[in-house]
Design a protein around this ligand. Structure first.
Ligand code: NAG
Length: 105
């Protein structure tokens, strides 16, 4: 949540998060390796992560997760225009481009 908040550019923070999730290490180590590889300044992100602000940002995400209907039961939990169905989930995993084209508003 701190990477999202501080980097604020999905083209940068999404690959950073993806990189972290692919590492088979503790989050702090993964963040360090990915930040180095991607030339991201990790200090402000870590400082956020270890602060009340980081806790608040994480809590906001928890509230969004808890508000999902139907309840989230696995990840990734795909929602399109705020809606989740098994059909959309299936299609997102098989043919995301078609799903986006069919549902884009
Ligand atoms: C969904 O989650 C809410 C809040 O966490 C809970 O109160 C509710 O019982 C859950 N519904 C189902 C169908 O599990």
């Amino acid at each position: 949540t701190c990477a999202i908040n501080i980097i604020d550019d999905i083209n940068v923070y999404f690959p950073f998060i993806k990189c972290m999730e692919a590492k088979d290490t503790m989050p702090d180590k993964a963040a360090e390796k990915c930040a180095n590889a991607m030339k991201i300044d990790l200090a402000p992100i870590m400082s956020c992560a270890n602060s009340d602000k980081g806790n608040l940002l994480e809590h906001e995400m928890a509230l969004k997760t808890e508000a999902l209907r139907p309840n989230q039961t696995y990840v990734p939990w795909i929602t399109i225009n705020g809606v989740h169905t098994e059909k959309m989930q299936d299609m997102a995993q098989k043919d995301l481009l078609s799903l986006i084209c069919d549902t884009y508003k």
